[in-house]
Design a protein around this ligand. Structure first.
Ligand code: PLP
Length: 357
């Protein structure tokens, strides 16, 4: 018997269905395309992929981790993020759907006192920041939400390790999920699966997406798409470009993490090593800091909302939308292109910065 192909190896990885039936919808953004006057813009809607508490990229990733947690007999999903983390809200939602408990450590990832060049957070917003949006949903779903003082960081964090030990000390069986589910061997699988849907969708739509734009912070969404492109290259398919737009404000760390995750996922599937040039991360649109918007972010959020009722947030997708708009307007993505923007979700965090309008 011959060795399985990378695609077969990937297809054999267990997954628990936590989303609406795939593929996620691809939508042509005609009014935005007209407004920008360049490349034709499309969006793959991972922001509305699941019935669980708003869905988003994290639910897709967690389909693989949840299957693993259940196979290991875990009783508690333990994870970490900022106070308004979409990820910890998704972990809590997935725990509910799997009949598990959730413990989420919520760190102070966003400097609410401000950062040069960004739009200030009002006193009203500060007073509701820990009460509305994602954290409100986690509490509603019965999550054990634990606020901790540590700042932003996409690496393995001690506060997660402490929470895991705490669950163990009380007789629980924890399953640890790092920030964004990214530094986990299965973290990139969700968005890799999303990427692999594109080819069949293109056939139906009669289009080829030569450029894909995605927001990147903890790295496994971007990495999954990079591996998808590498898999297509390995299979001799027409090449396409994946452009990550950094929203971390710490682009070197994010680039390294994307490269690491893509490389380890490629190795797991039996693909050739990922070259540095395959990980493209554009850091011009991150406002210099995680979590706060600058004028370009806000302008992009408004353009997308006003042209398409396409809602993006100040932390993630507003920044990748700012990148998309700039790359199209400047013709860095040429007018002849069909560009696919991957909408990863994040709208729940918008009401934590309610003055953004
Ligand atoms: N967009 C949204 C809405 C997110 O919640 C995240 C999570 O961090 C990202 C983009 C970035 O994805 P990743 O952390 O996989 O780089």
């Amino acid at each position: 018997m011959s060795a399985p192909t990378p695609r077969e190896t990937f297809e054999a990885i267990p997954r628990k269905t936590l989303t609406f039936p795939y593929p996620t919808h691809i939508q042509k953004l005609e009014r935005l395309t007209k407004r920008l006057g360049g490349a034709t813009i499309w969006a793959k809607r991972e922001d509305c992929n699941s019935p669980l508490a708003g869905g988003g990229n994290k639910v897709r990733k967690l389909e693989y981790l949840a299957a693993d947690a259940l196979a290991q007999g875990a009783d508690t999903l333990v994870s970490i993020g900022g106070i308004q983390s979409n990820h910890t809200r998704a972990v809590t939602a997935v725990a509910v759907a799997c009949g598990l408990k959730a413990v989420t450590v919520q760190e102070q990832w966003v400097p609410l006192d401000g950062f040069e060049g960004t739009i200030p957070i009002s006193e009203t917003e500060k007073s509701v920041y820990g009460l509305v949006g994602n954290i409100q949903l986690s509490r509603l779903m019965g999550g054990d939400v634990r606020l901790v003082d540590a700042g932003f960081g996409i690496e393995h964090k001690p506060s997660l390790a402490n929470a895991v030990e705490d669950v163990k000390s009380k007789g629980g069986k924890p399953y640890a999920i790092p920030a964004g589910a990214s530094l986990h061997p299965l973290g990139a699988c969700g968005l890799l699966r999303s990427f692999l849907e594109i080819e069949a969708q293109e056939k139906e739509l009669g289009v080829f997406f030569d450029t894909i734009v995605v927001c990147s912070v903890t790295g496994s969404s971007h990495a999954g798409l990079v591996v998808g492109a590498a898999l297509e290259k390995f299979e001799g398919k027409k090449p396409r470009k994946v452009i990550g737009i950094d929203a971390s404000g710490k682009e070197e760390a994010t680039w390294k993490q994307v490269h690491f995750i893509a490389s380890s996922t490629a190795k797991m599937l039996g693909l050739p090593a990922i070259e540095d040039s395959e990980v493209v991360l554009d850091a011009r649109f991150n406002a210099g800091i995680y979590g706060l918007a600058d004028e370009a972010t806000l302008k992009a959020i408004k353009i997308a909302a006003e042209t398409e009722a396409f809602i993006t947030d100040q932390v993630y997708e507003g920044k990748s939308m700012a990148g998309l708009i700039s790359l199209v307007e400047s013709q860095e993505i040429p007018s002849s292109s069909n560009v696919l923007y991957i909408h990863l979700g994040g709208q729940n965090a918008l009401n934590a910065q309610c003055a953004l309008a």
